[in-house]
Design a protein around this ligand. Structure first.
Ligand code: AMP
Length: 399
């Protein structure tokens, strides 16, 4: 696969798919610029070569037409100050205005296109829309790992129109390299920590990890489906009743394969789903009626931290509890601290996207783990062994 380092952008206009899906507050101010900062090295390399950059991204979930709160124009100021130049903006990502702004670009210029998802054609992977986008640049760079598992016009289909001029950017490259580090030739003990709301989202990855890890730590809402499968009383905790049998199968599979599957021995329980609820500690197998487990308990915290601290490779996806509520964030914080500690002692730690990445960032630990992935779904699919359309489109010659 050709990467950005294999390409000289001198005199070229690079059409770069970035992931600028950043959170904005009600005043359209960026509240977390991690994704923008991540794309900087790719953009700088193109500019340093003497190229011009055309940035395209989605933002939020518009319904298929323009919506002020999802406009990428809110990023122009931030980008202009980052690169010390006035970033131009096209109020539609395709059409005459975008084409003429793109045609006028000089080396060193940056053009930002309006939200791709203001066109339904983007998510449909419409080839005609992709072709319109392709007219804007001479070379295509895919640096949006977070959407690489989608076959959208800008993430995959557009690559068809650049048979000899398509490369991956630095974010994409780093994401793939780091994902590979927890898949092949890992240093042991290898511990995977799986949390979050549901098992159903994570079945395939849990099954795949069974062949690779020494320890599989379970936390978050999905714990209670495992506890139920193990014969416990879980009160009104979150449960996927149609997955109880599967959880039982995973418990048996772990035993067969010699994997230590850990379910929280105790939980922080609450009498309602609220930060103001009455709170107690309970064995996870004996939660009272009408009470629900919203975080791992103190003994689980200690057991988990001990295993994590003794690990050499760590993969973490999903919070240990309802960490958005301060009373149920303690488990997630304790795990984050243990991961940081292990990393300091030489372990390799990969934090997989979504909420666990948010938790690590929120705690200010992002620099104290080995890598924080920007792609939740894409990372999971890659780890499940699936081909990512965004990566395949760059790799394949016949696409
Ligand atoms: P996911 O998107 O699957 O990674 O799940 C993340 C969400 O799971 C977060 O919003 C958490 O609040 C939620 N969550 C974690 N633990 C629990 C729990 N014990 N009960 C209900 N929801 C939970």
């Amino acid at each position: 696969m050709r990467t950005i380092d294999d390409y000289n952008f001198s005199g070229k206009r690079a059409l770069v798919r970035v992931d600028f899906n950043v959170p904005l507050d009600e005043n359209h101010q960026i509240t977390d610029d991690t994704r923008i900062r991540a794309a900087v090295p790719t953009i700088k390399k193109i500019l340093a070569d003497g190229g011009a950059v055309i940035l395209m991204s989605h933002l939020g979930r518009p319904k298929g037409g323009p919506e002020e709160k999802y406009s990428l124009k809110h990023l122009v100021e931030r980008l202009s100050s980052e690169f010390g130049t006035t970033v131009k903006f096209a109020s539609d990502c395709v059409g005459p205005e975008a084409e003429s702004l793109a045609a006028d670009l000089k080396p060193g210029d940056i053009l930002l296109l309006e939200n791709l998802r203001f066109h339904k054609a983007e998510e449909k992977g419409d080839p005609e829309f992709a072709q319109q986008l392709s007219k804007l640049g001479d070379v295509y760079v895919n640096d949006a790992f977070g959407t690489a598992h989608r076959e959208h016009a800008s993430t995959a289909v557009v690559a068809r129109y650049f048979p000899n001029d398509k490369v991956t950017g630095y974010v994409m490259q780093a994401e793939l390299d780091n994902a590979r580090r927890v898949l092949d030739n890992v240093e042991r003990p290898y511990t995977a920590i799986m949390g979050g709301a549901k098992i159903s989202d994570k079945i395939l990855i849990i099954e795949r990890l069974m062949d690779k890890v020494d320890n599989l730590i379970i936390g978050g809402g999905m714990s209670y489906t495992f506890v139920k499968a193990d014969g416990g009383q879980i009160g009104s905790s979150l449960v996927e009743n149609d997955k109880v049998e599967l959880a039982a199968r995973l418990i048996a599979m772990a035993r067969e394969k010699g994997v230590q599957l850990m379910i929280p021995v105790d939980s922080i329980v609450a009498d309602q789903f609220s930060n103001d609820a009455n709170v107690d500690t309970s064995l996870s197998h004996h939660i009272k009626d009408n009470w629900m487990g919203l975080d791992i308990g103190p003994n689980a915290r200690e057991q988990y931290a001990e295993v994590i601290r003794n690990s050499k490779t760590i993969l973490w996806n999903g919070p240990m509890g309802v960490f958005e509520m301060s009373n149920f964030a303690v488990g997630t914080e304790a795990i984050a601290e243990a991961v940081v500690d292990a990393t300091r002692r030489g372990a390799y730690s990969l934090i997989g996207g979504g909420d666990s990445a948010a938790a690590v960032n929120q705690l200010g630990y992002a620099d104290r783990v080995s890598y924080v992935s920007t792609g939740g779904g894409a990372l999971l699919e890659y780890m499940e062994g699936k081909t990512l359309p965004g990566v395949a489109a760059i790799e394949r010659n016949d696409y």
